[in-house]
Design a binder for this molecule. Structure first.
Ligand code: AGP
Length: 610
């Protein structure tokens, strides 16, 4: 998603804006730019490509003299190709803006203002914000009333920062649905899409509401209503583990975050375990609804895949009926919700537009909402009736890895807690499950991480030149197959599909031909043999089969798979442990194919538009 940053203070703004844009690069983008109050007036430098390209262009074009104020943008194209013409900032008359979000009625507004003779210089929806602000500002000369007018005309989502050419060294910003923070630091006043863009300069920030305006000057940061009335805001402090500590010894953030998996499990256990048992007492009064009669899990992408594994835990341990819904479907096709429901919204960023909209729909219907979130003070954390934080630490790579691990670990604990309260599991059984989670699982993950060379060799064989790859499993293994397929797909661009192993023969097996790679996940007792027979079916048709299993290597296994990888951790946590294998498998597949591992094409870390 787009990233925005604004600065006003005593330091040279261009360098700070460009640094901040680099810290926002992880969000995924295809063009960038900045606008500053140069000695000669508003100056814009922007280009398709990377922030480094903007920096180079700025170095060529920068004016002499001090520059204390400006705004910057990284664009993830939604309306209009990723070109210089469509890059932000956009200018209309006296106003220059950057925007993160989608203006849904942009076409009708563009037609209206084009008919009034306004020149529209780009193909974007965002440009209309500059036009609306300028049209109103030309009438009133007041920035706040111009903002009020623009808000009254647009439909959609926005975090918008604006400069008004005759208000030197002042930045205005306002939001709806899209994230925006404001931070007063030792070196001046900032605003940004998320805290990581300014975390170098301090650890405290504020979050403007949707009827407020942020105003930055060299001397102060104020947040006010559209009528100018100042607002006192709570100040959030970033926790140390939420700060981005860089890649360290690792070549990519994704690899570092995969290696963080054991720690993510331990930190999540520390947060919700006391004396060897789950401890959610602190949430009893917060409407966590331990007595729910049904659970709905709503999320997107990897977070939804974590929810599907969580469904297995809730159904297996607590005997609870669980439904899982894609958030972008739920928000428009909301299934009938029942009085005893508890809806769980899982989101690493806490800012995913579809998940937030789905949560708001659930709240509108009066259903209790629980958010499982990794990013402190994010919108989901603020808006849910109750929030359980995962403690995976900052996740920077676009592909979610350690957050998935922490999400599933937390859901495992919650399922055990609810099972205990319903009398379906004895305290001894829960204690044993927690021991497995807190000690055996991190060790099992560490063993896989230590074997990354073997996994890279397997990935080279299965990912090198293949255009497609199938992942199959049953039960929790199928839930893991879905996440494993997404992980490999999104970083290596191989077309991957996950299938319930028993479903292949109902059509998809037509795609199995000699050398087509099939990765099978088979563990436990209930359906292991069934999956093995499905493997025989695909092998008989020439597929190249990799089996990931909890069984020890044997002569028999060698007859059903070309390659076998054993993860000797039996039971319900096998899928959670094996997830680390598949994250490494995907990482090496992307590396082998020369893909941009941390910032895959077309993707963004937090999808704040629908
Ligand atoms: C994860 O690898 C993907 N990048 C993506 O599917 C992600 O999980 C999804 O967009 C949800 O993000 P969230 O957890 O921040 O809501």
């Amino acid at each position: 998603m787009c990233g925005i940053i604004g600065y006003c203070g005593q330091e040279q703004a261009p360098a700070l804006l460009l640094r901040g844009l680099k810290d926002l690069e992880y969000r995924g983008y295809d063009s960038a730019g900045l606008s500053v109050f140069a000695p000669t007036g508003l100056q814009i430098v922007k280009t398709a490509g990377r922030v480094a390209d903007v920096e180079e262009k700025w170095d060529r074009q920068k004016p002499k003299g001090d520059i204390f104020c400006g705004i910057g943008h990284t664009r993830w194209a939604t309306h209009g190709a990723p070109t210089e013409r469509n890059a932000h900032p956009h200018r209309a008359g006296q106003v220059c803006i950057v925007h993160n979000g989608i203006i849904e009625n942009a076409d009708s507004l563009r037609a209206e203002f084009a008919a009034k003779g306004y020149p529209l210089l780009s193909d974007t929806d965002s440009e209309i914000l500059a036009v609306l602000l300028d049209a109103a500002y030309a009438r009133t000369g007041e920035a706040l009333s111009a903002i009020r007018y623009a808000r009254s005309r647009v439909v959609g989502s926005y975090a918008c920062a604006a400069l008004f050419s005759d208000q030197r060294d002042v930045v205005y910003a306002f939001r709806k649905d899209s994230p925006l923070i404001a931070a007063k630091t030792q070196i001046g006043n900032f605003l940004a899409s998320d805290f990581f863009a300014v975390s170098r300069y301090g650890d405290r920030y504020m979050i403007p509401e949707e009827d407020e305006v942020v105003v930055l000057t060299k001397e102060e940061l104020l947040i006010c209503k559209e009528n100018g009335e100042r607002v006192v805001k709570p100040v959030y402090t970033v926790q140390p583990d939420s700060r981005d500590t860089g890649k360290g010894i690792f070549e990519h953030y994704m690899l570092k975050e995969i290696f963080d998996a054991p720690d993510a499990v331990r930190k999540t256990c520390e947060a919700y375990m006391r004396d060897g048992l789950p401890d959610f007492q602190a949430f009893d009064t917060q409407n966590l609804r331990f007595q729910a009669s049904r659970i709905g899990i709503v999320a997107c992408g990897t977070a939804l895949n974590a929810g599907k594994l969580g469904r297995y835990f809730f159904e297996t341990f607590a005997g609870l009926p669980v439904f899982c819904e894609i958030a972008s479907e739920f928000r428009y096709y909301t299934p009938p919700l029942l009085p005893g429901d508890l809806l769980i919204f899982i989101t690493q960023s806490g800012e995913t537009a579809d998940t937030l909209a789905a949560m708001r729909e659930a709240k509108k219907q009066g259903v209790p909402t629980l958010a499982v979130v990794n990013t402190p003070n994010s919108a989901a954390a603020r808006e849910a009736d109750c929030v359980l934080y995962t403690h995976a630490g900052t996740e920077t790579a676009v592909a979610s890895t350690k957050a998935y691990i922490a999400q599933t670990a937390l859901l495992y604990m919650l399922a055990n807690e609810i099972a205990a309260r319903k009398g379906r599991l004895t305290q001894a059984a829960v204690r044993e499950n927690m021991r497995q989670l807190d000690s055996r699982l991190p060790v099992g993950m560490a063993n896989i991480l230590a074997d990354c060379g073997t996994i890279q060799a397997l990935s080279d064989v299965y990912c090198a030149d293949n255009a497609s790859c199938f992942f199959i499993g049953r039960g929790a293994d199928y839930d893991l197959a879905e996440e494993s397929a997404l992980k490999l797909k999104e970083v290596s661009y191989i077309h991957c599909e996950a299938y319930a192993a028993g479903e292949l023969k109902h059509g998809t097996i037509a795609l199995i031909a000699p050398h087509v790679p099939v990765v099978a996940i088979a563990s436990g007792e209930r359906t292991y043999e069934k999956t093995v027979s499905n493997l025989r079916e695909v092998r008989a048709r020439g597929a190249r089969v990799l089996l990931v299993t909890d069984r020890n290597p044997s002569a028999e296994l060698a007859t059903i798979a070309d390659d076998v990888y054993t993860i000797p951790l039996r039971g319900d946590l096998f899928a959670l442990c094996a997830a680390v294998f598949f994250q490494l498998f995907a990482y090496y597949g992307a590396l082998r194919r020369g893909c941009d591992v941390d910032k895959p094409r077309n993707l963004a870390k937090s999808v704040t538009v629908e």
